[in-house]
Design a protein around this ligand. Sequence first.
Ligand code: CU
Length: 602
Amino acid sequence: MMAAPVCLPGQSLPSILANDNRKTAGVLRDGVLTVDLELRKGNWHPEAEDGEAIPSYAFAEVGKALQVPGPAIRVPQGTTIVLRVRNTLGVAVTLHGFHERPGRNTDTVTVEAGAKREWRFAAGKAGTYLYWGRTPDGRRGNGRVLDALLGGALVVDAPGAPTNDRIFVLERWNGPTRTAINGKSWPYTERLHYAVGEKVRWKIVNASDLSHPMHLHGFHFSLDGQGDGEKFTIFDDGMKPEEFTHSVEVMETFDMTWVPKEPGRWLYHCHRMPHMRLPVPLDPADARIPEHSHDHQHMHDMDSPYAGMGGMIMGLTVTGKPVLDTETNWKPARRLAMTISNRSGQAGFYEIGLKDAVTGEVSKSTGLTGPLLVVRQGEQTEIAITNNTKEVTAVHWHGLEIESYYDGVPHWGGLGDKRAPALEPGKTFTVRMVPVRPGSFMYHTHWHDVAQLTGGIHGPMVVLPAGEKHNAAVDKSFLFSVSPGEPYGAGLLLMNGSPQPAVMRLMAGVTYRFRFMNITPSMDNLRVSLRGTDGAVVEWRRVAKDAAAVRDGGPQRAEQHVAVGETFDFEYRAAGPGELRLEALSPNDGRRAVQALVFAGQ
Ligand SMILES: [Cu+2]
């Protein structure tokens, strides 16, 4: 199953070590940090140290081992940086980011083969930044040596800012394993251990060539600051958004803090399916959906360290006293039965049924998207999921604060020896939850299988504030997914399970809540807009992102980037009758789904 190691004949190269970014490069003396770097070639091992070896260009501190990511450069604000780089490669390297911040990304320096350069610059404004290099022969495509890993963190600490944090550099390369964090791919990424109540601070640096929607299971985090590699904005207290997914663009960075509230095993991962799957043969167009891969032997093997996943994933173990309790006085007010079935006569399509055991109310998939699941904040809720398909699956409650065992990551979730099972064909698994906060969520397969995800094992999920009733007339969910094949054609963008849903009839003068959810496998730059039939964008009001209220910024242009794994809530009120179009667009390739909204006068 594993691809053959990429080894060129006749090479015995030194190993490149994974850099956990805990140590700062160089020597800091009298306000001056002096760093001596070298560029050399080595073999990088994204998995085990004796596993797959990929010839790569890398940075090292002079006299030390090569590192991926490159040595972390970290200084207090006010420091001057003296940086020397010796290029021992046979080719020139163009270096980005070795300058004062804020800076310009066009400010680059090329160091010729065999040459040495020295820079001296003020570190500048506090923030999380990066540096990176490229070579003309680098394997961005079919070159022989990888230059995609020539990147490292550059952090400038504000006076008094906490430094008991971690820096995680995201990497991607064209190879069988393809994505890594701090130089390793799951299951070889660092395992992190935290205690309930501990304040966790992370700095995320995207040194790769694609965006990564980074999703934290089980908890919201606070976005403390973000930057584009050249500028960085630190948000004031009270202005820090809470999120469960943050997409970090190419060569951009962000800082986050979060507090683990519930013990168990959790994940932090990129939500683009190709970046979190088992190693698969190279897919040339990353945005396209790879063929259905048969990862299943790894999933079934409980002893496999992969647990069905690979790439840009970190495993987090939280210890401490549980807060959520679904054992004591468990008398669920809400009992739901969810069935997952193969759609008859349509291979690869799934159908989800939802039945309220108390009211008897039944709903099912619309097109290729599962029915809207509505639960209530603070209400004991039980969902019995029955797998009527012939395949193993698992259901994850995206964004929900839930016990690790019920989080939906088979063979991983759970507390101590108790591990969440995979949902075998013919079996039922009953999930217990007491939703903590209201908002827009999703449920979806966590079987790490593009075919299941696109085939329809996903759906919108809404948590209503305690005591509130769902008003379907004004509360509208729009979930975006991608189709696996006929009848819609492979790779089509879908809205609520269809490329062109039926006209929605609404009323002028009424305030609607529009909820957007992106569960496409990898369409991370999805743009959602609300326009007149002439194409002119109208105005709406943004009220929430990732089930957390956002500051009321007043009416704004009705156009929103919805990254994979993000949810947004907007309010919209049409002043008068007319027709609008809710458009979801993938700007890269022009794929779109359009929902016509016709507003009648009152
Ligand atoms: Cu990614």
